[in-house]
Design a protein around this ligand. Structure first.
Ligand code: NAD
Length: 282
């Protein structure tokens, strides 16, 4: 697979584009929002300025990698791609509409992947005329730094495709695991009680955010405490994933979302990216 098409130039799409571009793939990065594409390009330039200063890359290599990414505002550029990875908003109807649209443009052999954190790959694939070529490829944030990638074949996915993707993901320096198409896959499912129980501890007044984060980082061995981590991920993303996993497990109370986080989400207090979440960053 030489040419990769990525839909969504936000946090994940931009990071995934960088991962493939660094390994010499040519990447087309598409977004409906021109401003998002501009920001993505600017951020990548800043990243490579730092990497060159740290002597991780030469100036020429940095230029070459950045030139591997083409920022496009017309999906027609996807006619030539071998693999499409979708990284847009976490909403099933919108993702299904995009998969339908992209299927009309790409070649018959193009593989279609979603970076969804919590939606069913089977339901995304069901929107396609060739659902057997659809698969989940779940990178973690920030994609250039996080080694793990979950690969999720749906019930419709053709035999052997997960292995093929696994080889590709290894070739770009990542550590892939294959998992079944169940809500939250492995990591986001195990992580739900980590966040949920921390918020319950806060709500019950057992300890405050700083104390819980301190306990988990200094004694629990985690790099970030649950509140720091939720603020880093963003409550828009993290809350929606919790809600989606809860619904998908037929409202199992183990995965019940909290009002404290819902209110932050509703207020637009998304965490670091908006300047305020559980903590204040202003
Ligand atoms: P984001 O909000 O940073 O970026 C989404 C981008 O998609 C935006 O630039 C937006 O303009 C664009 N977009 C929205 N609708 C579009 C459409 N119809 N066509 C083209 N572009 C469109 O979101 P993100 O954090 O990068 O998340 C993207 C996906 O990756 C989601 O499915 C999310 O669940 C998943 N994910 C997120 C994380 C994370 O920690 N942020 C980690 C793993 C997976």
């Amino acid at each position: 697979m030489k040419k990769i098409g990525i839909i969504g130039g936000g946090a994940m799409g931009s990071g995934i584009a960088q991962v493939f571009a660094q390994k010499g793939h040519s990447v087309a990065l598409y977004d409906t929002n021109q401003e998002a594409l501009y920001r993505s390009k600017q951020n990548l330039a800043k990243t490579f300025e730092k990497l060159v200063a740290k002597e991780k890359y030469t100036e020429d290599q940095a230029q070459e990698i950045q030139q591997n990414i083409e920022y496009v505002s017309d999906l027609a550029a996807f006619a030539e791609v071998d693999l499409m990875i979708e990284a847009i908003v976490e909403n099933l109807e919108i993702k299904q509409a995009v998969f339908k649209q992209v299927e009309e443009i790409v070649s018959d052999t193009c593989i279609l992947a979603s970076n969804t954190s919590s939606l069913s790959i089977a339901s995304i694939a069901s929107a396609c005329t060739k659902p057997e070529r659809v698969i989940g490829i779940h990178f973690f944030n920030p994609a250039p730094l996080m080694a793990l990638v979950e690969i999720i074949p749906a019930v419709q996915t053709q035999e052997g495709l997960a292995e093929e993707i696994k080889t590709l993901i290894q070739s770009v320096g990542k550590l892939p695991v294959i998992t079944k198409d169940t809500p939250g896959f492995i990591v986001n499912r195990v992580a739900r009680p980590f966040y949920g129980e921390a918020i319950r501890i806060l709500e019950e007044g057992v300890a405050d955010t700083e104390t819980i984060d301190f306990a988990m980082t200094s004694l629990g061995g985690f790099r970030m405490g649950p509140f720091e981590l939720m603020d880093f991920i963003g409550h828009d993303v993290n809350y929606r994933v919790t809600e989606s996993v809860f619904e998908a497990f037929f409202y199992d109370p183990r995965f019940k979302p909290s009002f404290s986080q819902k209110r932050l989400f509703e207020a637009g207090y998304y965490g670091r990216k908006s300047g305020r979440g559980f903590y204040n960053y202003a």
